[in-house]
Design a protein around this ligand. Structure first.
Ligand code: F6R
Length: 598
């Protein structure tokens, strides 16, 4: 149950557990959050056992009901199975099983796998062999775990296109879709490859490949501990993760440049000559990660003079993109498990492009399937709304841009050094913005009845505006839009009426020519039409004052690096406004932390 609680961020519309005892298989499952299952287990405890499986679900096939919750049980009541992912050919398999007389209790694709593994076990008499045989007929994405009444000390698992890791304990072993599941028991882990089947007991771990041959999985040590995965004294994970941001940025910068400012990105296994020959970068990502990509576009194009396109991963492969061996595809993902991004990575590699992943989760699918990886070191992000991962992604993009500029000779060493120096100052600047949270929270509480909020930004302020709007939508369920400030007069300004709240992200007055002045004009345009303006501006920027109803100050920062500070008040605002409305900021409705289906 403790492990499930740590994984609840992956899906939380129902949960279930099954235990195998010498007396047979027992299980419990409940719709709703994990607390419903806990309550049920308190009323009717399961017997003690030495092997168990558990699952939290995010519905794909069949609504979130007790019956559709996992585990699913075979018709003879002897086998319990849990599943992440989608079995794409489940309808055909279901028809075949139904023709054989199997009746189905749930609407899930998972139940098909439970019946198939049970049938294979009855034929083969071996749970591992049964699991292997079934993975050969399943199509799609799955992590499967099964226990059988005949095998009280054994759990068998398999994975394809969906994560599964092994935790190695002493006299105990674990399987989890993420190391968070077993982090309080062990930091020693094994990474499982595509189509592998794993069999664990208390003192053994056996892994075979899709042909049944033994394989030696790659071992790794988890570099964060259980305390990082709990709220650390904050009311919510989101609060904690907002406060983690200075460290997330500092850790992501750590060890990437030597004393002379020479960058070495050692996880970057693409040859220097290939990186010198690329003529285009395409960033693929979804949601917040895609906004990090948009910030990257401004920085990398400016520093490296390479064209950068940013594409939503789910649009990428369906539009026949022009990418080839001269394109560097950069896949950005916190979880490393976003199915839309995984499919885009595969498509890019099929076209001959090299793929570099910027990912936060070690052992996840995207880095495994990419040519190189630049890990962000934000630590586990549990709240569904991404905060610290976003800042770490932007930081990693800057490092990539500077590295490419160094390699391709676009910038002088001293120019790179001075930007690295500015970057090193960012954790303290972010901390200063976080320290000013009470001002933002007061304003947020006063706006809890708002029904629509607009966000405007130019240049790197544009993706920040969109991220501010996304945070507000997903946390506070308020209609919010982020616009490029210059686009306003082409239509969106019609939305502005008396007292319409409008956030404006104001660029540094010391930055690009005209940029600051243009945004000041945009504030005036909306204010003249009755808007209530909430302005994010640098300390010392007095030009905004006559036109701002509220000013949130951020430290003076070079234009390209400003998103790292400007987005923070917007995160705090959304978090506090949602809290004031009594909403669950860690687990907003209809969402899951990792979107592992297309
Ligand atoms: C928003 C949010 C999502 C994710 C998106 C991509 O707060 O969290 O928009 O950014 O689903 O997820 P990753 O980064 O895991 O690929």
């Amino acid at each position: 149950m403790e492990g499930l609680a740590r994984l609840e961020y992956r899906g939380y519309d129902s949960a279930g557990v099954a235990v195998v005892t010498p007396g047979g298989l027992k299980w419990a499952k409940r719709a709703g959050k994990l607390t419903n299952l806990s309550t049920a287990l308190k009323e009717n405890p399961l017997p003690l056992a030495t092997a168990a499986i558990g699952h939290t679900r995010w519905a794909t096939h069949g609504g979130p009901t007790d019956t559709n919750a996992h585990p699913h049980i075979s018709a003879d009541g002897n086998l319990a199975l849990i599943h992440n992912g989608i079995i794409e050919n489940f309808n055909t398999l279901k028809d075949e099983l139904a023709a054989d007389g199997v009746s189905f209790l749930s609407e899930t694709d998972t139940e098909v796998a439970a019946h198939l593994v049970s049938r294979a076990y009855n034929e083969l008499g071996d749970l591992t062999a049964a699991m292997l045989a079934v993975t050969r007929v399943l199509e799609g994405a799955f992590t499967l775990l099964a226990v059988h009444a005949d095998r009280p000390g054994t759990v068998v698992g398999a994975r394809r296109n969906s994560p599964l890791v092994v935790g190695l304990g002493e006299g105990e072993n674990f399987l989890g879709s993420d190391v968070a599941a077993f982090i309080s028991q062990t930091k020693s882990a094994l990474e499982l490859g595509q189509d592998q089947v794993v069999t664990i007991t208390a003192d053994s771990v056996r892994v075979i490949d899709g042909d049944g041959n033994p394989v030696e999985p790659r071992a790794f040590t988890v570099d964060w501990d259980a305390s990082a995965a709990v709220k650390g004294g904050f009311a919510t994970f989101m609060d904690k993760e907002i406060h983690d941001q200075p460290k997330a940025v500092a850790d992501t910068l750590l060890g990437r440049a030597d004393k002379s400012g020479h960058l070495a990105l050692d996880e970057l296994h693409i040859s220097e000559s290939v990186l010198r020959s690329i003529d285009k970068i395409v960033v693929i990502a979804c949601g917040t990660a895609a906004y990090a990509g948009q910030v990257a576009k401004y920085a990398i194009e400016h520093w490296c003079r390479i064209p950068v396109e940013v594409e939503l991963a789910h649009e990428f492969r369906y539009r026949d993109p022009v990418v080839n061996e001269k394109t560097l595809v950069v896949a950005i993902s916190q979880s490393g498990e976003t199915m839309d991004t995984i499919m885009a990575v595969r498509h890019a590699r099929e076209q001959g492009s090299k793929v570099l992943a910027i990912v936060n989760t070690h052992g996840s699918t995207i880095p495994r399937e990419s040519d190189a990886v630049l890990y962000t070191h934000a630590g586990p992000e549990v709240a569904v709304a991404s905060t610290k991962a976003f800042l770490a992604q932007i930081t990693a993009c800057y490092l990539l841009g500077l590295y490419l500029a160094q390699l391709r000779g676009n910038m002088y060493a001293d120019e790179i050094r001075s930007i690295l120096k500015e970057l090193a100052l960012m954790p303290d600047k972010i901390q200063r913005v976080v320290d000013n949270e009470e001002q933002v929270r007061d304003v947020a509480r006063s706006m809890k009845d708002a029904t629509s909020v607009l966000f405007l930004g130019r240049h790197v302020g544009f993706p920040v505006a969109m991220e501010g709007a996304l945070k507000l939508k997903e946390l506070a369920y308020i209609h919010a839009e982020g616009f490029a400030a210059g686009e306003l007069k082409h239509g969106p300004i019609a939305l502005v009426e008396q007292d319409q709240p409008v956030f404006v992200i104001v660029p540094s007055p010391r930055g690009r020519d005209q940029l600051h002045a243009k945004v000041i004009s945009n504030i005036q345009e909306v204010r003249a039409r009755g808007a209530r303006t909430l302005v994010i501006a640098e300390e010392g920027d007095t030009a905004v004052e006559p036109f701002a109803d509220v000013v949130f100050r951020v430290p003076q920062t070079p234009t390209l690096l400003a998103p790292l500070v400007c987005v923070v008040p917007l995160q705090i605002f959304a978090c506090e406004l949602a809290t004031a409305k009594g909403l669950d900021v860690d687990q907003p409705r209809n969402l899951a932390k990792s979107v592992t289906v297309e």
